[in-house]
Design a protein around this ligand. Structure first.
Ligand code: HEM
Length: 389
């Protein structure tokens, strides 16, 4: 497929809610690029998507997140080069695999405790009992904050993200949640300035000299961790458990050899990208995928279609643990590639290892037909009920 379609389409017409294979095929069949009836442009092929991701000066993210941003800039996502480097220099080190090793035991114990709470019950809802709880706990652990704050954090972030995905004007509850989340992050910052600890925020505040961050920048990264690092992992936990519950052979292969866990994670991340689009705004006229996109246009780079490219993968819509390579774009590429990719993978691995040690056999609850809310910026199954002996 090399051309762009002449027709406009509507994102909501892609049947993503029931069946991502049908949904992403609908978008891919529009061509390498297309134009939404809402005025935004869409790129679908791996070549076009990577072309855009590797030119952050033309495909800028500085204005792409205005919807979420509120009072501060969401750094590093909303920063273009060369400024962007200053943030990643510090953050990459703090979220590197070696830094995560130091908290692995604590995160494993937390995952185990959440699973133990329902292991004897014979049923659970993966989203309610695990997926929505574990990622906020991880954030609180890394920020050095009490785990009791989990409920509030979940409620605020859900409200704000739900509203960012819809076309409606934010209602008073959304504005209240956004204000409460902002105030909470500001409190963390004030606490860490007063009493620095061995946590992520204190390490950022400790940077001195020309590279030192302003309070707004630290607040921006705190908020971004909540927007980018909670719902996405919740989503990946749900999709992973759904596919394992509906594929007994795959699950038994994993239980027989838990070292296959990383392959399972990567293949399901490829197939079910939690954030299917990356948003950009063009800073100049640009020619790509047979389209001429004018300066100032909104562009959706579709990671989900790029991940299922038939030119890259045999049987692209199937889970295959024996692929020679699985270099998906779920965590994006280029300068804004996901900062939390190592953390997300670690959370998924610990959760899957502990779950399968305690509950090796399970299936979807009777009559369950999990679906995602669509359109949305982050896709997740609303409920994944399981039953087990
Ligand atoms: C499975 C889980 C996750 C997925 C699928 C995911 C996906 C992504 C994607 C696609 C981007 C690129 C966005 C863009 O270029 O516009 C991104 C960036 C980012 N993610 Fe993640 N993410 C996940 C987990 C996390 C976690 C746990 C954190 C928390 C640390 C995190 C923090 C970030 C940050 C800070 C950026 C911006 C990086 C930059 O601009 O340099 N993400 N993520």
């Amino acid at each position: 497929m090399t051309s762009a379609t002449d027709e406009t389409y509507r994102l909501k017409d892609a049947p993503v809610d029931k069946d991502r294979t049908a949904g992403w095929s609908f978008l891919r069949n529009l061509g390498d690029g297309a134009r939404d009836a809402d005025g935004a442009w869409l790129l679908t092929s791996p070549e076009a998507v990577q072309f855009a991701l590797r030119q952050p000066r033309i495909f800028s993210s500085a204005r792409a997140f205005d919807l979420l941003a509120g009072p501060v800039r969401l750094v590093p996502l909303a920063a273009d080069p060369p400024e962007h480097k200053k943030f990643r220099r510090v953050l990459d080190r703090l979220l590197a695999p070696r830094a995560l090793d130091a908290i692995e035991d604590s995160l494993r114990a937390q995952a185990r405790e959440l699973i133990e709470a329902f292991a004897d019950r014979g049923e659970c809802d993966v989203m309610r009992d695990l997926g929505q709880l574990f990622p906020p706990q991880v954030f609180l652990t890394m920020a050095g904050m009490p785990l009791e704050d989990r409920g509030r954090l979940i409620a605020w972030t859900h409200k704000v993200l739900e509203s960012a995905s819809s076309q409606d004007e934010p209602d008073p509850e959304v504005i209240e949640s956004s204000g409460a989340l902002f105030a909470y992050c500001r409190d963390i910052l004030a606490q860490k300035r007063r009493r620095p600890g061995d946590d992520l925020i204190s390490h950022i505040l400790a940077v001195q000299g020309d590279e030192a961050w302003s309070d707004e920048e630290v607040l921006g990264v705190c908020l971004l961790f909540c927007f980018a690092g909670l719902d996405t992992v919740t989503s990946a936990i749900g999709f992973t458990m759904y596919h394992l519950a509906t594929r007994p052979e795959l699950r038994r292969e994993l239980v027989a050899d838990l070292s296959r866990v990383t392959t399972v994670i990567e293949e399901i991340l490829r197939l079910e990208a939690p954030s299917p689009f990356v948003l950009r705004v063009t800073t100049e006229d640009v020619q790509v995928a047979g389209l001429r996109i004018p300066a100032g246009s909104q562009v959706r780079l579709c990671l989900a279609t790029a991940n299922r490219d038939p030119g890259t993968y045999d049987r692209p819509h199937e889970i295959d643990l024996h692929r020679e390579q699985c270099r998906h774009l779920t965590f994006s590429t280029g300068i804004h590639r996901c900062l939390g990719a190592h953390l997300a993978r670690r959370e998924l691995r610990l959760m899957l290892e502990e779950f399968h040690k305690l509950i090796p056999e399970y299936q979807l609850g009777p009559g369950a037909d999990p679906q995602v809310v669509w359109p949305a910026n982050t896709l997740h199954l609303t409920s994944v009920p399981l039953v087990f002996p």
